[in-house]
Design a protein around this ligand. Sequence first.
Ligand code: G
Ligand code: G
Ligand code: NA
Ligand code: MN
Length: 250
Amino acid sequence: AGLEGPLSRALQRGEFELHFQPLVDVSGRRVVCAEALLRWNSPEHGLQMPGTFMPILERSDAIVEVGAWVLREACRAAALWGGVRVAVNLSARQFASRDLRSVVLGALRDSGLPPACLELEITESLMMQSPERAARLLAAFQEDGVRVVLDDFGTGYSSLGYLARFPLSGLKIDRSFVSALEEKPDGHDAAIVRAVVGLSRDMGLELVAEGVESLGQVELLENLGVRIMQGYYFARPSAQWRPLNVPGVR
Ligand code: G
Ligand code: G
Ligand code: NA
Ligand code: MN
């Protein structure tokens, strides 16, 4: 409440900014990607997290324009990263919009970022809105050389059968499976992570564990076969982030 007005002017006023959080290949000790996370720097309300403003944007077509800005800015930033990929979250309306592919290709062309350095994060629910269309769109992105990964994997309602039908490049296993690992290293969550490691290996999907907050979790995940991790243990999302070093990697 009260945010709609200021929010509708935020884009033209230059109040949005991107923070970046690295995805670390723990075995190779290098950053492979950084996820772009949108922030709204409101003069009246201070720095706003997506939870406060995304639901409002999602209800209007403004999300499509903001989403296009995110894609262009993320590609522009990553063009300076020397091969480190950038991951961009897509919203439902953005995924449904007819010109998504041309916006993506335009952002790549204008920035000079190689297509293989862009990763689009979608969710299961987003794919399931219109599975046929999603399958065609993902196939087109695969042809373009753009990666598409499934975010928050394991929390949605799609069947495993869809994994085979959609051309995906990777899975991000939801942080809820990571959070209980230390307390119950032999519990159900560990079993699920182990199964997803096997599944992604056999299907040629890159697996990322998100929400990694402690060294204990890093070690347990490594033992379960996870190599790529993201979370506060390595770095919090930051506007200043640049791929200069690998924080927190032993
Ligand atoms: O950054 P946290 O940073 O609070 O992000 C919260 C949620 O907002 C996450 O689910 C994330 O995927 C989503 N989000 C963050 N940035 C963007 C964005 O640029 N576009 C979309 N569609 N979602 C985003
Ligand atoms: O839905 P998505 O996976 O895009 O969500 C990204 C969100 O996760 C952002 O809000 C980001 O700030 C948050 N995040 C990133 N790392 C961690 C972490 O280690 N722990 C927790 N609890 N949240 C995290
Ligand atoms: Na995400
Ligand atoms: Mn996620």
